[in-house]
Design a protein around this ligand. Structure first.
Ligand SMILES: [Zn+2]
Length: 309
């Protein structure tokens, strides 16, 4: 079964202020990379629009309406220091959620074994009722809840190797024993959460912070020692990956030194986990990654690994 790639041109229409790192070119270079010959066998679909009830699986309906109503008809509106909306933002955010939910549907229907969602804006900083850090709706969290509420999946794991801590995802599942959230991230760094001592009410949160300057070895050790054993024990029935590539050594927003091979390695280890307890079911969602070359090369090896290539 081919790996599924889900994207949508509307995700290019979320326009940041000039010079902002979370920009449409990120998706353009990914699209270019995945046009190469060896990606011809990918199944490709366009993301449907998520409906408000779906987004409301993780956010109060009033919050979703608030984001909708904040949408400018022209120009930009600033929601926090680095999170702004353009006229195309609301649809882009709904396509990002729609892509992840559609990918979960396809994977759980057995139509594909795994999927990558190349969408923006990202989601892992969005808390229950607060946009922040380039994020509006928590796409990975909604995908997990959708799998549980609409497909009857029990245990879902969300693994986040973005260089920033997914404070939003942690917030949403802090008190939910059925979802395990695991994260590697540079610390101290934005947003400031993600200490090893933050474990959730049911010991369902696993934070493995790294230090500025750390590279592949420390990253792999964090997975081998802190994260993979916990995932094996938890036995997720579905694995969702918050795939941020800003821990790449070229990335301008952080100071970890990962290279493409490290992303290939972690992808394979997560596929091993999915193989052990989840029938290989894995849905990966783009989060950060702000150096265009580092991002496109890293996504390329990540998707190659998903294709078992
Ligand atoms: Zn990030």
């Amino acid at each position: 079964m081919p790996t599924l790639l889900v994207t949508h041109p509307a995700c290019l229409n979320h326009l940041p202020p000039l010079g902002h790192p979370e920009r449409p070119d990120r998706l353009r270079v990914i699209e270019q990379a995945l046009e190469q010959e060896r990606y011809q066998s990918l199944a490709r679909d366009q993301a449907p629009l998520a409906d408000m009830e779906t987004v409301a699986l993780c956010h109060p309906l009033e919050y979703v309406e608030q984001i909708r109503d904040a949408s400018p008809s022209e120009g930009l509106v600033r929601l926090d220091a680095d999170t702004t909306m353009s006229p195309g933002t609301y649809e882009a955010a709904l396509r990002a959620v729609g892509a992840a939910v559609f990918a979960v549907d396809e994977v759980l229907a057995g139509k594909t074994v795994n999927a990558f969602c190349a969408t923006r804006p990202p989601g892992h900083h969005a808390e229950t009722a607060r946009p922040m850090g380039f994020c509006f709706f928590n796409t990975a969290a909604v995908a997990a809840r959708h799998a549980q509420k609409r497909h009857g999946i029990g245990r879902v794991a969300i693994v986040d190797f973005d260089v920033h801590h997914g404070n939003g995802t942690q917030d949403i599942f802090w008190n939910d024993a059925s979802v395990m959230y695991c994260s590697t991230h540079e610390m101290p760094l934005y947003p400031g959460t993600g200490a090893r001592t933050e474990c959730g009410l049911h010991d369902n949160i696993v934070n493995a912070p790294l230090r500025a300057g750390d590279g592949g070895e420390a990253f792999r050790d964090a997975f081998e020692e802190a994260i993979l054993p916990r995932l094996r024990e938890f036995r997720p029935e579905l694995l969702i990956v918050s795939a941020g590539f800003d821990a790449h050594t070229r990335d301008p927003l952080a100071n970890l030194n990962l290279v493409e091979n490290d992303f290939a390695w972690v992808t394979k280890r997560l596929m091993d986990i999915a193989g052990q307890s989840a029938n290989d079911r894995l849905v990966s969602i783009l989060e950060g990654g702000y150096d265009l070359e580092g991002l496109s090369r890293s996504v390329a090896v990540h998707v190659s690994a998903l294709m078992r290539g």
